[in-house]
Design a protein around this ligand. Structure first.
Ligand code: ASP
Length: 387
């Protein structure tokens, strides 16, 4: 009897259920070159194409305008995501982002520029609302890739980025509400939930934790940006944006305030090249939003770009990475009663030929896209599991 969680069974099922006829034909052809040729025929688009997470409609519109005027793809998307970083009402990114458990906003971002194959990133950056622009400067002005914490702040200061308090009144009030209810919903595991055994003890069975269900993370992000539980908002927002120019050059960027109420210094997938964002100018660009701890552990964006290189349509590649996460999620606290991940992850991908796609772990999500025939809009994400 076929196992529904077996990867080969899944790919066959997902292909039949979610993909176009040409993609099915391509997937059935032996040989990587043949598959690539088939895949190239599906969904290719002329002109610039920009994709982003659902909160990025304004961002893709702006980036697309800039690309049409001939801008560099990385400059275009950094200008696009700045709209969201500057928006105090978006509690998942930049100014107004929800803080860590001590009430301090810490931002993460990385960028990747396809033509030069250069990456830059900052993590746990405080007081600067545009981490994507700082990450771009790391790639442009230094021999490094990732600057963190105090070093990242000093670097930004030297370049003249303005320092300001990023904690808005609205975010502070939310933090105070969360503080007043501290319990199993923070990021410190209870002893009965530890994922690893104590040093010198035998291995624990996966998913051993019998403790009461922690509810904060599991329900996160089943809506677009944030979930409110008992009046307390929990974010898994973030904006990812990838672009392809009319000439086929690529760039990607992810920027976030990370998980709300995180342990200070916690870094998610967003500033990690290969996890929250990865671009290969010969293949495509991909990125992620949602539970960063899951994305990091499967090198999500890199996996997607490698799958596209092997011939997958962008949507297939996103579904593949989601299934990899599902297969590797073991702790009971992260699983539904029927063994599925109880959190959201959304992947986004654009291929060098302009084909694009997005898929979420759980149904009901949309992503933003501009180009490929029309202006900035939302489209439905493919999904692994239906709610
Ligand atoms: N991926 C981000 C992180 O883990 C959060 C999010 O996208 O909501 O920091």
């Amino acid at each position: 009897m076929p196992n529904p969680h077996d990867r080969r069974t899944f790919i066959a099922a997902a292909t039949a259920a979610a993909l176009t006829g040409p993609a099915i034909a391509a997937a059935q052809q032996p040989g990587r070159e043949r598959r690539r040729a088939e895949a190239r025929r599906t969904g290719a688009a002329d002109g610039p194409v920009v994709i982003a997470s659902g909160n990025g409609v304004a961002a893709v519109g702006r980036a697309h305008d800039l690309l049409t005027a001939g801008a560099d793809p990385l400059d275009a998307i950094v200008a696009g995501v700045k709209i969201v970083e500057d928006d105090p009402e978006d509690m998942t990114v930049g100014l107004g982002g929800l803080p860590n458990e001590e009430g301090v906003v810490e931002l993460d971002s990385c960028v990747m520029h396809g033509p030069s194959a250069r990456a830059g990133a900052v993590a746990s950056l405080r007081n600067i609302k545009n981490p994507a622009a700082v990450a771009r400067e790391v790639a442009r002005r230094t021999d490094h890739v990732l600057l963190v914490g105090e070093g990242a702040l000093r670097f930004a200061r030297r370049l003249g980025f303005k320092e300001e308090n990023l904690l808005t009144d609205k975010a502070r009030e939310a933090w105070l509400r969360w503080r007043s209810r501290l319990n199993r919903d923070d990021d410190w595991l209870q002893e009965d939930e530890f994922d690893l055994p104590a040093v010198g003890r035998g291995a624990m069975a996966p998913g051993h934790g019998p403790g009461p269900r922690r509810h904060a993370r599991p329900l996160l992000a089943l809506r677009d940006h944030l979930e409110t539980i008992d009046g307390v908002p929990y974010t898994t927002g973030t904006i990812h944006c990838s672009a392809r120019t009319a000439g086929g050059d690529l760039a990607g960027c992810t920027t976030t305030s990370g998980l709300s109420w995180k342990i200070p210094g916690r870094v998610g997938d967003s500033p990690i090249i290969g996890a929250g964002n990865f671009t290969d100018n010969a293949v495509g660009s991909a990125g992620a939003t949602g539970r960063g701890e899951a994305v990091i552990q499967v090198c999500g964006a890199h996996t997607i770009v490698m799958r596209m290189d092997a011939g997958d349509h962008p949507t297939d590649a996103c579904l593949y990475a989601l299934k990899t996460i599902a297969d590797r999620t073991k702790p009971a606290r992260l699983l539904t009663d029927d063994g599925r991940p109880n959190f959201q992850v959304v992947f986004y991908a654009v291929r060098k030929d302009g084909a694009y796609g997005s898929a979420s772990m759980w149904s009901g999500r949309t992503f933003a896209v501009a180009g490929a025939g029309s202006g900035a809009r939302h489209e439905a994400c493919a999904f692994l599991y239906e709610r």
